[in-house]
Ligand binder design. Sequence first.
Ligand SMILES: Cc1cc2nc3c(=O)[nH]c(=O)nc-3n(C[C@H](O)[C@H](O)[C@H](O)COP(=O)(O)O)c2cc1C
Length: 351
Amino acid sequence: MRAALQAGPPCDYVAAMDWQCDKLDRRLSVAPMMDRTDRHCRSFLRAISARVLLYTEMITTGAILHGYQKRILGYDEAEHPLALQLGGADPDALATCARLAAEHGYDEINLNVGCPSQRVQAARFGACLMAEPATVAACVAGMIEASDLPVTVKSRIGIDQRDRYEDLLAFVDRIADAGCRTFIVHARKAWLTGLDPEENRNIPPLRHDLVHRLKKDRADLEIIINGGIINLDEATEHLDRVDGVMIGRAGYSDPYMLAEADRRIFGAREAAPSRAEIIARFMPYIAARLDEGVYLSHITRHMLGLYSGIPGARAWRRHLSENACRPGAGLAVVEDAAGLAEAGARHLQAA
Ligand SMILES: Cc1cc2nc3c(=O)[nH]c(=O)nc-3n(C[C@H](O)[C@H](O)[C@H](O)COP(=O)(O)O)c2cc1C
């Protein structure tokens, strides 16, 4: 869909489609995930795909404004393209964070309007903001004013009883009026009471049809679909109806599925790297972090799914889990785990 749109007139003449002027290619992204998509995880994913858009975990404005910014906002240059996801509801604080994001070189700023956790609700941001479109609009306007970066919003399709398609449309229109051109929509509503965040990612039914409809009704906006998409076949099907696909849990538990993304989704010519090639590519990153005193297990915990679904998976996971946390654990642990996994894979192929 996007390729077809890009064949149209230059951006200057198509104000209504100005998201196309923002150079980021959002056809495939990996979702922001707390306690998962930290910088080690993102660097590992980047060793698998050069093109997929990566998101940080949600970082609250409070953490940025009162914390050690160099550590909180720091990342490895190789992680680009990289979006910073912010959590907050104060337009001034978000504007300051947007400015800092630009100074740190992020490629996009995303506002979290989808997290239903009790802690986040208590601070009055996340999914509960779907009931306050004027606040979100003020936040977005402030962030746009404060930086040149694209500002995007990640929401649900609705919350609680506010779950009619018309409510979603009105929410999107209000935020679009404030200047946001890109919406990432998790195709499930969230219940703000009664379900915990994990249940809220599984129990409310998936309504991909509503996100497809949103794209149909608001063709001038960039609409990214998220929720329950588990492989590139499904992603490719969605790309006929929306502008981009965001994959969360499946991309984390089976990251090798992203190895084909550059070729299949982004049109790159290179063949997908093998798992062994990915590990080899990632070794310099691990070595550099070990030199800085990072524990090996803090990095390898994100790599456990690399052999997911193939012979050798168990040996890989087990060797890493048992050995990466030992004092002084180094690169040899990863090399040995890879050797065991590859041997397991060969053994079963030969059998
Ligand atoms: C462990 C975990 C942490 C998450 N943290 C965030 C977060 O920080 N910000 C956010 O917008 N969504 C967060 N999510 C939701 C995901 O971004 C995504 O919307 C959700 O998992 C649905 O996509 P999926 O079915 O492809 O996993 C998290 C999900 C998981 C599983």
